[in-house]
Design a protein around this ligand. Structure first.
Ligand SMILES: C=CC1=C(C)c2cc3[nH]c(cc4nc(cc5[nH]c(cc1n2)c(C)c5CCC(=O)O)C(CCC(=O)O)=C4C)c(C)c3C=C
Ligand SMILES: [Fe+2]
Ligand SMILES: [Fe+2]
Length: 345
């Protein structure tokens, strides 16, 4: 706090400005604010109108989005959220874990550093949270997109939102962006630990399932596919697993375009058809459990596996707000704050 100029010290007629603090902002994707069709619709409308996510010309895409998708999908998506919603805190798991990650990271960093969290879509918004941090005197802010693997559809757009806010500021804070951490040794060790805790002698295959993308984005140069495969290779090396035992797959396909393959669903069905009865799915592209891991994999794909003749599909939880993940984040954030840590200035 010693760097913050007290507002009373401002010269006469000078606007009150606080400065001198360092901030860390964790940013995740976003999630509906409430468990209602209206909330889900607002969230999907914002998310699916982002050109980084769906790049079709607006003149073609908006009528499809407004006329079909936002009329039919919210009820289906709300029903899926209803299966996983945290009724105690009245929030989605993604929101809860992101909040807890920020709270726990705050305890690990010097108290002068402002640590907050935001969503790219929905509430609390990225711009509003950056504004709050600036009002608290943050003139240097580290953006931490919570995606181990870079994609323009996630990390890229989180940065877009932050820089769009910054563009409007008379005094723009210095902004740093934490790079992708898909090959960070700490992350790989934490993911390997998670797998060791959930994979037993009975487990016949572990699918390493990442959120998918249109294949076209990969061909246009999005490195996400390569980042996913590197995370997977490093995990296998750490665990002594073969590619046959632990193959990569991509989940959560949306729309009619060709997405990255193979799909997680196809590998789950193949495993059952091969006569496997006990498989696991780990989702190393998601740091927090969410609708895609808990409902799509933990409920939906577990049913698919059973229907195809399998018995048990174990959905391995994400790192969430575990001590292991907070240690990873703490290490990454301290590295990226080089020269900005209070003791160094
Ligand atoms: C074109 C559509 C989509 C792209 C591209 C996409 C990329 C992408 N998404 C994540 C992570 C998450 N996505 C989540 C939900 C979600 N994703 C899409 C569509 C695309 N995602 C939709 C329509 C939804 C909403 C749910 C639904 O209606 O099915 C979530 C979960 C949010 C939650 O509240 O739980 C996450 C996390 C990544 C990592 C990614 C590209 C790499
Ligand atoms: Fe998604
Ligand atoms: Fe690749």
């Amino acid at each position: 706090m010693d760097h913050v100029t007290p507002l009373t010290a401002a010269p006469q007629n000078h606007p009150p400005i606080a400065f001198g603090r360092v901030g860390v902002l964790l940013i995740n994707l976003g999630t509906p604010e409430h468990l209602t069709d209206a909330s889900v619709r607002a969230y999907l409308a914002e998310f699916l109108s982002d050109k980084r996510v769906v790049d079709y010309p607006s003149i073609l895409w908006q009528p499809v989005l407004r006329g079909i998708i936002l009329r039919t999908r919210p009820a289906k998506t709300r029903a899926a959220y209803a299966k996983i919603w945290d009724r105690e805190t009245d929030e989605s798991p993604l929101r809860r874990y992101t909040r807890e990650q920020a709270e726990k990271l705050r305890e690990k960093l010097p108290s002068e550093i402002v640590v907050d969290w935001a969503m790219r879509y929905g509430v609390p918004g990225t711009a509003a949270t950056l504004q709050k941090m600036q009002d608290m005197g943050c003139d240097r802010i580290l953006l931490v997109p919570l995606y181990p693997q870079y994609s323009a559809t996630t990390t890229g757009t989180a940065c877009d939102a932050a820089f769009a806010w910054a563009q409007k500021q008379p005094w723009q804070p210095a902004l740093r962006v934490m790079p992708a951490f898909h090959d960070n040794p700490g992350l790989i060790a934490a993911l390997a630990g998670l797998c060791r805790a959930h994979v037993t002698e009975k487990t016949e295959r572990v699918i390493l399932s990442f959120h998918g993308l249109p294949e076209r984005y990969f061909k246009q140069g999005d490195p996400y596919h390569c980042h996913c495969h590197k995370t997977a290779r490093l995990m296998r090396e750490a665990l002594g697993w073969s590619e046959e035992f632990a193959p990569v797959a991509f989940q959560s396909k949306f729309g009619p375009e060709k997405w990255l393959e193979p799909s997680t669903e196809s590998l789950v069905i193949t495993a059952a058809e091969e006569g496997l009865t006990n498989i696991a799915v780990v989702t190393p592209g998601f740091v927090s459990d969410c609708i895609e891991t808990l409902e799509e994999v933990g409920i939906g794909l577990a049913e698919t596996f059973e229907e195809a003749g399998g018995e048990t599909l174990t959905a391995i939880p994400c790192l969430n707000s575990s001590d292991a993940f907070i240690d990873v984040l703490n290490g990454l954030v301290r590295r990226e704050l080089g020269g900005w840590m209070p003791s160094e200035s």
